[in-house]
Ligand binder design. Structure first.
Ligand code: NAD
Length: 391
């Protein structure tokens, strides 16, 4: 890599909530990158953005991806549009990082990963929770065997949203425009963390349920749950909702030597057992039928500061050095959570356990039926103060 060279980035969907977040990071100059072009179908907003940064702005994806001063592109449109945008970027010979989730459907997600590989481009997904040193430390502790054999991981996420939230976002909470609700929008970071910590893969099978408990301005689920198993035998349960409230999302890891809780992006509890649980189960001679190994709270593991632009720095390094391994979360890794999410939808719809990966054709049929049968929702046209809202 030339030491002073910078990766030149463009953004598609630049004028939306997360598009603006990426634009802010890329123009702060804290990494080996610069923002050279923005694209959004909202003409006035993209024009303002281009003027603000003194860079090229367009409403046409083809114009952005065709530019010589764009090496790589961040895709920040709503998820059903990710696949077509990613494919346009790699077909133009550029590298790409898409927003989470990879896409809405298995066909789109698998298709975009194939396109990245076919065009031999660097491709990633913006799962920035992976930059959290707590998540990385938890993975290190699992890999080192400190927690013993991992038996199960429990994920609980409450991301409460009002009806007003859904009435603002044209695509949010609509089967056709979003492809789902809490599972595909608010929960993916926690689901990616689950897949990363449990196995570094999608699960092998699961049974899922989802429903809309009370949101009248959303067609899609505001509550979802699942239980399943990863190929390495790690069991998991998932309970995520925009209807419940009161607790930051929590990932609890249960091993045979200890248990570790991550909550709200921090460690909140670490216990170690006096004897390995399997060992104890097999060797305890009696007579107490309720005997169990003692356990002790441990000091919470220490971690460094989090760096919110780490994922952008690593993407830029990958682009400049042509080393895919520098990408923090590759598009292929983005498939882990995508396959899980899509399997929960299909399992809940069919009312039975499913093996992963699920059939893309069966999934498309389910989604077409959900779109056709979706209830009308009352969504008065309103804008938040900023004209944008957070996921
Ligand atoms: N990583 C995170 O923490 C995080 C946070 C928020 C959103 N997201 C993800 O980012 C994506 C966008 O979410 P958002 O909340 O920013 O949505 P948003 O609606 O605020 O922004 C989407 C933008 O895309 C533009 N757009 C739509 N179609 C386009 C096209 N064909 N070409 C160019 N621009 C187009 C829209 O005009 C809008 O400005 C979603 O997939 C969401 O899940 C991720």
């Amino acid at each position: 890599m030339t030491k002073d060279r910078k990766a030149r980035f463009g953004i598609i969907g630049s004028a939306g909530l997360i598009g603006n977040y990426h634009a802010d990071i890329l123009t702060k100059g804290e990494g080996p990158y610069e923002l050279t072009a923005v694209c959004d179908i909202n003409e006035s907003r993209v024009r303002n953005q281009a003027d603000k940064f003194g860079i090229f702005g367009t409403t046409q994806v083809s114009e952005l991806v065709g530019r010589d001063d764009v090496d790589a592109v961040i895709v920040a449109t709503a998820h059903p549009l990710h696949a077509e945008c990613v494919i346009a970027v790699v077909e133009a010979g550029k590298d790409v990082m898409t927003e989470k989730p990879l896409a809405s459907t298995p066909a789109d997600a698998r298709g975009l990963v194939k396109a990245i590989n076919r065009k031999r481009r660097i491709g990633g997904v913006h799962y920035q929770a992976r930059t959290n040193p707590v998540v990385r430390k938890a993975r290190e502790m699992i890999d080192s065997g400190e927690l013993g054999k991992i038996l199960s991981i429990r994920v609980t996420g409450s991301y409460y949203k009002s009806d007003f939230y859904y009435s603002l976002g044209g695509w949010r909470g609509m089967w056709k425009d979003e492809g789902g609700g809490v599972l595909i929008n608010q929960a993916p970071h926690d689901i990616d963390t689950l897949c990363y910590l449990a196995a570094g893969s999608a699960p092998a099978e699961l049974i899922g349920r989802w429903t809309n408990l009370y949101h009248e301005t959303s067609q899609t689920e505001d509550f979802a749950s699942a239980a399943g198993v990863f190929p390495n035998g790690v069991q998991f349960t998932l309970n995520v909702s925009v209807a419940t409230h009161g607790d930051a999302s929590r990932v609890e890891i249960f091993g045979t030597a200890g248990a570790l809780t991550l909550q709200g992006g921090k460690f909140t509890r670490y216990v170690r057992f006096e004897q390995d649980l399997v060992d104890f189960a097999r060797t305890y001679p009696g007579p107490d039928p309720y005997a169990k190994p003692g356990f002790h709270d441990q000091p919470l593991p220490e971690v460094g500061e989090s760096d919110s632009s780490l994922i952008h720095k690593m993407f830029a390094e990958a682009v400049l050095t042509r080393k895919k391994s520098k990408m923090l979360v590759s598009a292929a890794e983005g498939l882990w959570s995508q396959e899980l999410i899509n399997a929960v939808y299909l399992s809940g719809y069919l009312g039975k356990k499913v093996k992963l990966p699920v059939s893309a054709a069966r999934y498309d049929k389910m989604l077409a039926d959900l779109i056709a049968g979706a209830r009308q929702v009352n969504r008065p046209q309103r804008e938040s103060e900023e004209g944008r809202i957070a996921t």
